[in-house]
Design a protein around this ligand. Sequence first.
Ligand code: NAD
Length: 250
Amino acid sequence: MSEKTALVTGAARGIGLATTKLFMEQGWRVAMVDRDGEALAAAAAGLNEASPFEYDVSMPEQVDEMAQEVRKGFGRIDAVVNNAGVADFGPIEETGFDRWRRIMATNLDGVFLVSQACIPALRETRGALVNIASISGLRASTLRVAYGTSKAAVIQLTKQQAAELGEYGIRANCVCPGPVRTKLAMAVHTPDIIASYHDAIPLNRYGSEREIAEVITFLCSDRASYVTGQIIASDGGFESTGVGLPALRG
Ligand code: NAD
């Protein structure tokens, strides 16, 4: 039981599944956590070094049981990737408390709960936390009052974790993906939004799941052993750039 183990939430598809596969290529075993049992079982089938754990990260009782089961199954946890997230965009005046809570429950409460439940295991391995926020947590935009605020909170939560957990040798970092064509993004990215992203991104394209996974697995690895409390955008240059790109390209 000496192989390193990563716990990845939201692992049934998208960025979480790509991260699972890259960890396995790098010799890790993976506990794949997702609340969509059917998609999770299909994703995990055929992955030799991964096991599915059907749990909802927004439910405190489920999260405690999940952490225990993963530890029982794998014997150790070396990295936790808090990737499960939901997107639901709308104007402030149409964002009822239900929608606000639904987004906060997974995107913010879930990161807090899963991280906290895994601290005992991460203390044993001097392991790593990587939280997935978004460029929507770095820069405000329309329709993202709940989503963007939840992601900005994840950025601050990561810094709190790094400050407090460093004494146990636990590192905490945050990845802010730019747009990636996953199910989550395609549900909320209209043709207008897609065109605006292309205009605003120096690399002039969406990213891939794999490009985000590369940054996540690096931060979990020993190669990042002196990196903690950092917020890293994997976004084609979106965050660092102001207005004017379309004019420059023209
Ligand atoms: P996705 O919708 O393809 O996958 C998300 C997975 O999380 C799904 O399998 C879903 O079942 C699972 N999930 C959702 N809520 C859960 C819960 N409460 N408990 C357990 N599992 C849950 O999404 P994705 O695009 O791969 O996004 C992954 C992360 O990256 C999210 O946090 C998202 O906010 C962030 N992100 C995505 C983009 C993008 O453009 N795709 C951009 C920035 C940030």
